[in-house]
Write a protein that binds this ligand. Structure first.
Ligand SMILES: [Zn+2]
Length: 231
């Protein structure tokens, strides 16, 4: 993972960032140490209309059907400090108590899309269960595809692109991992939790509908050239 403060690569289990000295409890000092009661889709900032919220909720349901241990959550806020969106995202995913999610989906298997309406900057945070399947490069590329829609204030379109692209990456990576496992045997350094998640991802990938595949194609062909994502 990358350090949420200095953005250098650090080991996920590192207690402290070797580059800038960041520790997770620094975030508690900034934002608080308690739980945050949250819904999977939080739109404090009023980014979406009712119909758009319903549409996005359906997309998030589809994501959960495809990935039974994972969930996707979206938070629209009007943050005060642009520089802190990455830190705030990580803190929020660690402290959120989701009212509308079953305990069978722990935050470790969560993906959080955080959108700051003040700066039109978005950030994706994810739990450690996703470490085997997602890289910072993946989330950067996915955010880049949604960036033009964010700039236009089309938040439903931006979130839809992100959920669908992310699902696509997860499916692709899980297929590759399963194939490697079949040929070479299970990787020694992979935790059993990750392998289980992977098995579940694989067993549900047939849920993808033809319509969804068409969507992927159209997204690919309209790939954004603007690579700017976040500070
Ligand atoms: Zn650091």
């Amino acid at each position: 993972m990358r350090c949420p403060r200095c953005v250098q690569t650090i080991h996920r289990s590192a207690a402290q960032c070797p580059h800038c000295g960041f520790v997770l409890s620094d975030l508690d000092d900034l934002y608080g140490s308690g739980e945050v009661r949250l819904r999977r889709l939080s739109d404090m900032a009023g980014a979406l209309r009712l119909k758009e919220r319903q549409k996005l909720e359906r997309l998030l349901d589809e994501f959960q059907t495809s990935f039974p241990q994972l969930f996707f959550s979206v938070y629209y806020g009007a943050l005060e400090d642009r520089a802190n969106i990455r830190q705030f995202g990580l803190w929020l995913l660690n402290h959120a108590a989701y009212e509308d999610l079953d305990i069978s989906r722990p935050n470790d298997g969560g993906i959080l899309l955080l959108v700051d309406l003040n700066t039109k900057v978005a950030s994706i945070s994810f739990g450690y269960m996703l470490d085997s399947f997602l890289t910072e490069e993946d989330t950067f590329n996915i955010l880049a595809k949604a960036h033009p829609h964010l700039l236009q204030g089309n938040h439903l379109k931006a979130a839809s692109v992100i959920v669908k692209q992310l699902s696509r990456v997860l499916r692709k990576k899980s297929r590759r991992a399963i194939l490697q496992q079949k040929i070479f045997g299970p990787p020694i350094n992979q935790s059993s939790g990750a392998v289980n998640a992977l098995e579940r991802i694989r067993s549900n990938r047939s849920n993808r509908s033809a319509a969804e595949q068409d969507n992927f194609k159209s997204i690919q062909t309209t790939r954004a050239v603007n690579k700017e994502k976040e500070p």
